[in-house]
Design a binder for this molecule. Structure first.
Ligand code: NI
Length: 177
């Protein structure tokens, strides 16, 4: 099923999402399928359950290539539930970021460069990875959704926030919707 993606301004995007308690259930599988289908139809590289109005700590992310981030390195397709993020070191990197809840917009967002993330998959199997760069950025962006944080709230300079087609008139960037 393809779900409606909530847009910024909807109070459901600002909630602290609830932990998942039961794994491998039909409901959880259905939620994950819906997240993947909805993410792919919008050319997303990640989607969090709160973005479709589901108040649970579930995110999906990953792709081989992305028409919205043509220069990005591949990120393994991952279902991450009840995540715990640990930045490794102080180093941060600023780069352009978009979000399916803010269609047509991009902002310049600082993120930790090196990140360890832990959590479980759909079946409750542990995930524990150490990543960097774009992969680390995607995980931080998606997991922020679970705490009601949208990327403009992380920005240092709102002068570097605007419409994708105005900011990058010559780039071949697929639209968000
Ligand atoms: Ni987002």
């Amino acid at each position: 099923m393809i779900a409606n993606v909530l847009r910024m301004g909807d109070p459901r995007l600002l909630r602290q999402a609830r932990e998942v308690a039961e794994f491998g259930t039909a409901e959880l599988r259905e939620l994950v399928d819906t997240l993947w289908e909805t993410m792919r139809v919008h050319n997303g590289v990640g989607l969090a359950a709160p973005q479709i109005g589901v108040d649970l700590r579930v995110v999906v992310f990953g792709m081989q290539t992305s028409p919205r981030y043509p220069d990005a390195a591949p990120v393994p397709e991952t279902v991450l539930i009840n995540p715990v993020l640990t930045p490794l070191g102080e180093a941060m990197e600023e780069d352009w970021e978009g979000c399916l809840s803010l269609p047509g917009l991009r902002g310049y967002v600082p993120r930790y460069l090196h990140l360890r993330y832990q959590g479980v998959d759909l079946h409750g199997n542990p995930i524990d990875r150490t990543v960097e760069g774009f992969h680390a950025r995607v995980v931080q962006h998606e997991c922020d959704h679970l705490d009601g944080i949208l990327y403009p709230m992380r920005m240092r300079d709102l002068a570097r926030f605007g419409f994708t087609e105005v900011l990058f008139p010559d780039a071949q960037i697929a639209p968000d919707e």
